[in-house]
Design a protein around this ligand. Structure first.
Ligand code: C5P
Length: 224
C-alpha cells in the first residue's frame, strides 16, 4: 500500500491535450493521451490527497475520488487551473497545452471551394505554467506553493530542461525524453526530474504510476 502522506493536501493536475478550434468541426490538437496525468491523479488519491483533475480531451475513465473538470482549449484550461489553484497546495501541469491558436474561429464550417484555402493565422497562447511561476514570484494570488511542470525534449534534454525550469519559475520539471517508444500514448515513461536548487532525480523506464509516485515523493518533501 501507499503512504497517506498527501492526506489533507489539495492537488491540482492538468492532463491531456488542448484543442484549438479552427471552425465548429475542426481543431489543431496534439497526441497527448492523458495517461500520465491520470496516473498522477490516481496515485495522489491513493496517498490521501484531495484532487482536482483538469482534463483536456482525454478518453479515459474518471479516476475514482478525483473531481474532474473538463476543458477543451488552452484558454479554458487556464481559467479552470486558475480557479482550482485557489487554496491548493500544489499544481502539476501534465497537460500538453497548445502554444498557438488560430487568430479567428470561423462561426460556420469552412467550405471547400475551387479557390486555394485561406491560410490559418496563428497567435500565441498564454503560458499557464510560466504565469503561475510569475504570480508566485510577484505574490499575486492565486498561486500554489508548489509548482510542477512537464517538458518533452528530444535533444539536449538536461540543458534545455534546466533553462525551462528557470524560465518558467517552477519547483520541479519532469523532463521526458520523447521517441524510442516512450511517452505519448504508451504505458511506460522515463524521465529526469529537475529540481530547483537541487540535484536532478533520474527516473528509470517504468509504468507511468511509478513516475507519478516519484513526483509525489518530491512534492510531499517540498510541502513538509
Ligand atoms: O514550453 P513547453 O511547452 O515545453 O512547456 C511544457 C510545460 O508547460 C508543461 O507543464 C505544460 O503543461 C506547460 N504549458 C503551459 N501553457 C502553455 C504551454 C505549456 O502551461 N501554453
Amino acid at each position: 500500500g501507499r503512504p497517506a502522506d498527501l492526506a489533507g493536501r489539495h492537488l491540482v493536475i492538468s492532463a491531456g491535450g488542448t484543442r484549438e478550434a479552427i471552425d465548429p468541426v475542426r481543431f489543431i490538437g496534439n497526441r497527448s493521451s492523458g495517461l500520465q496525468g491520470y496516473a498522477l491523479a490516481r496515485t495522489a488519491v491513493a496517498r490521501g490527497a484531495e484532487v482536482t483533475l483538469v482534463s483536456a480531451n482525454v478518453a479515459l475513465p474518471d479516476p475514482a475520488g478525483a473531481t474532474v473538470v473538463r476543458v477543451e482549449s488552452a484558454a479554458e484550461l487556464r481559467a479552470a487551473v486558475l480557479d482550482a489553484v485557489e487554496g491548493a497546495d500544489a499544481v502539476v501541469m501534465a497537460a500538453a497545452v497548445a502554444d498557438f491558436r488560430p487568430l479567428a474561429q470561423s462561426g460556420s464550417k469552412i467550405k471547400k471551394t475551387s479557390a486555394e484555402p485561406d491560410p490559418i493565422h496563428l497567435v500565441k497562447n498564454p503560458d499557464i505554467l510560466a504565469e503561475l511561476g510569475d504570480r508566485r514570484r510577484e505574490g499575486l494570488k492565486p498561486y500554489p506553493p508548489v509548482i510542477v511542470g512537464f517538458a518533452a525534449e528530444t535533444d539536449d534534454v538536461l540543458a534545455n530542461g534546466q533553462a525551462k525550469l528557470a524560465r518558467k519559475g517552477c519547483d520541479l520539471l519532469v523532463v521526458n525524453q520523447v521517441g524510442a517508444g516512450l511517452a505519448f500514448g504508451t504505458p511506460d515513461n522515463a524521465a529526469v526530474v529537475l529540481v530547483a536548487g537541487g540535484e536532478p532525480v533520474e527516473i528509470p523506464r517504468g509504468p507511468k504510476e511509478d513516475l507519478a509516485d516519484m513526483v509525489w515523493d518530491l512534492v510531499a518533501h517540498r510541502l513538509r
